[in-house]
Design a protein around this ligand. Sequence first.
Ligand SMILES: Nc1nc2c(ncn2[C@@H]2O[C@H](COP(=O)(O)OP(=O)(O)OP(=O)(O)O)[C@@H](O)[C@H]2O)c(=O)[nH]1
Length: 220
Amino acid sequence: MAETYDFLFKFLVIGSAGTGKSCLLHQFIENKFKQDSNHTIGVEFGSRVVNVGGKTVKLQIWDTAGQERFRSVTRSYYRGAAGALLVYDITSRETYNSLAAWLTDARTLASPNIVVILCGNKKDLDPEREVTFLEASRFAQENELMFLETSALTGENVEEAFLKCARTILNKIDSAHLFSRTSPGWGPVPGPGRRSPSPVLAPEKLPRHLSPFPGLVGPG
Ligand SMILES: Nc1nc2c(ncn2[C@@H]2O[C@H](COP(=O)(O)OP(=O)(O)OP(=O)(O)O)[C@@H](O)[C@H]2O)c(=O)[nH]1
């Protein structure tokens, strides 16, 4: 039977090498910890349909390589993403210090309106922590990010991180709808309805510069 959903969101998982991006994706898709995870070469892909506030949303997730040598390849996948998990490792200050650069990439290459959730991963390794919860929450607040500490190992907050991001995007769409009623011709998503996963290109119906989420796809 054809898979149906109300919305299709492109998500990115970004952050420095070894922070646990592939393991987070694996935990979210397979519900288990990915043993012996290797460095990602370029990008990997996963998808899952979730229910968010009564809406069916397909998350199309691109897990990018954190290693510098793949940066030019991974950057080419940012375009049109509606959401991102920005991941650092709570036991590595170096990965935390790189966050600003990753965020700049996301906002310039995907969209300035991309919804980003900061994930302090490896929460299970608390005794080895180098980054406090408080300083990371401050960074999140200053940069208008949501924030959670996660563990791809135990699964703690993994589902929540993806769902929180999707929920925020849906809320933004709702507000855009409200706005579009007073500003004819503006709005990212056309009217209600369900669709199967044929190429879904609602955003292309809008002039790109008017769409807050160029890569976000809604019911056609
Ligand atoms: N303890 C613990 N280890 C983790 C967790 N998540 C990932 N790891 C380990 O961290 C290492 C790197 O995980 P990956 O998921 O491959 O990291 P990545 O960010 O995808 O790395 P790149 O693909 O190089 O960008 C692996 O040895 C994992 O087993 C976690 O939540 N807790």
